[in-house]
Design a protein around this ligand. Sequence first.
Ligand SMILES: [Zn+2]
Length: 272
Amino acid sequence: MPELPEVETIVRELNAAVTGRRIERVRVLRADALGEVPPGVFAQRLAGRAIAGIERRGKYLIFRLEPRRFLVAHLRMTGKFALSPALASPAPHHRVWFGLDDGALLVFQDARCFGTLRVVDSLADAVQLEGLGVEPLSRDFTAAWLARALGQSRAPLKSWLLHQGHIAGLGNIYAAEILFAARLSPRRPANSLNAHEVQRLLRATRRVLRLAIRKNGTTISDFARVDSKRGEFQHLLKVYGRADEACAVCRTPIARIVQAQRSTFYCPQCQC
Ligand SMILES: [Zn+2]
């Protein structure tokens, strides 16, 4: 599933490619992503609007449209946006075509159909965005905030990091990598961290996410950028997916455990 760095990469690429374009027509090929909204209504609410810019909130993409309206997208497991020249017929997994005024097609594809597309007149109406926690690359993400938020929970750190209401945008890959970088065990109760450890977690979160964005995210199975290139952070993963391989720091075999039905990878020696 794309996490913050992958969504940020897509947002930057989409901004470069489609900001300023107008959506001329919308063709819904398969309506799973639209929820209860009839395809005709979805299409009609978008057609004729210009794309003023695209932003990210957590793992959501927010297309700002003019006249004022918003398309809020979540890629879930396999959703993708791709740009293509005008096509005669849909390819497999194409779900929605957005025909742009320069003749290009912005294609929403989704093999497994868990992705969502919602149109709202105001972001206050976007229930999806309600309850999202702090943006970890924003100024709101401070040691004081983090210490207070961690102090309210006894959940294991790994599970705490995955909760979108705490820090928005982290998933299984970056939670594992951040905890390795912070030298903190994924099993530690959130409220057990001292001030130094809170600082380490804060810095590791920022450092890992910034580097991953610079590397255009992680491509393991599905994530592809708008231009179908792959991310490069998978080559820098220290623990994720590396069970039984030697830790890069201490050579101890990386452990894999299951927490809340998700795999957690960590170094039992370096992380305590
Ligand atoms: Zn180690």
